[in-house]
Ligand binder design. Structure first.
Ligand code: FPP
Length: 246
């Protein structure tokens, strides 16, 4: 069977810059605990880190930054914490949307955010609409996102298209699946970062991360800053990517 000739991801090595970076922002709770503060204080500090890192990514020239803000598994947290996270999302959109518009940022959302409360859905839709015409760096927020759900939805869509006679079953190849994913119009994922010393992907961009470089930082998310992002990007630039070749 002929192999796809493409290796669309950034080659890596020689100081290459990743086009698309994704971050699992972990450690807010532990950051708060170390300071004898409630968990919400860690999430609040986490939003500050989001601001710092999104600005730093723009300065570095990264095309797309995807942040795991709320996973489909985060519903298992206590109601109070879920409410706190939703509150922070509202504050973030309210306070940072103007800057995104001004800085030519294209805001995108992956995940089924329609499960959120109606006011958040309306705020997100408004933010998406206001940044739609922008053509600068892309900021992707993952809201109620989970890779398994994303892949199951892709399978359902393709099956329905086949039943409706719109596609032939034999046309369901890797490219067809990719076209169904929430990330279909984003650059290929080059670098996945997880903070707080945990070494898991936690159902985040599993398909997309097939050839991504992984960077695990010990830093808790609220302490992650411009230098930490630059270090992750520099480590990407030192790696030789082979995509299964030699
Ligand atoms: C993981 O830390 C972090 C989260 C589940 C939420 C991430 C959310 C933010 C940074 C704030 C909201 C984001 C935006 C874009 C407005 P954890 O609570 O699992 O930390 P722990 O493992 O130390 O308990």
């Amino acid at each position: 069977m002929p192999l796809p000739a493409k290796a669309p991801e950034t080659e890596g090595g020689a100081g290459a810059l990743p086009r698309h970076v994704a971050i699992i922002m972990d450690g807010n709770g532990r950051w708060a605990k170390q300071r004898f503060l409630p968990r919400i204080a860690g999430h609040r500090a986490g939003v500050e880190a989001v601001r710092r890192v999104t600005r730093a990514a723009r300065t570095l020239g990264i095309e797309a930054l995807t942040l795991y803000a709320f996973s489909s598994e985060n519903w298992r947290r206590p109601d109070e914490e879920i409410g706190d996270l939703m509150g922070l999302l509202r504050i973030f959109i309210r306070s940072d949307l103007d800057e995104m518009v001004r800085e030519n940022v294209r805001l995108r959302v992956i995940g089924n955010y329609h499960r959120f409360s109606a006011d958040i859905v309306a705020m997100v839709d408004d933010a998406l609409a206001r940044t739609l015409v922008n053509d600068g760096p892309i900021l992707v927020i993952a809201l109620n996102y989970g890779s398994h759900a994303e892949l199951a939805a892709a399978a359902r869509d393709l099956a329905q298209q086949a039943i409706d006679g719109k596609i032939d079953v034999s046309a369901i190849d890797e490219a067809a699946i990719e076209r169904q994913l929430d990330t279909s119009d984003l650059p290929p994922l080059d670098l996945m970062i997880r903070t707080s010393g945990e070494h898991r992907l936690s159902n985040f961009l599993l398909w997309q991360a097939a050839y991504a470089e992984l960077h695990f930082a010990e830093t808790l998310w609220p302490d992650f800053d411009e230098a930490a992002l630059a270090e992750a990007v520099a480590s990407f630039g030192r790696r030789q990517r082979r995509f299964g070749g030699l």
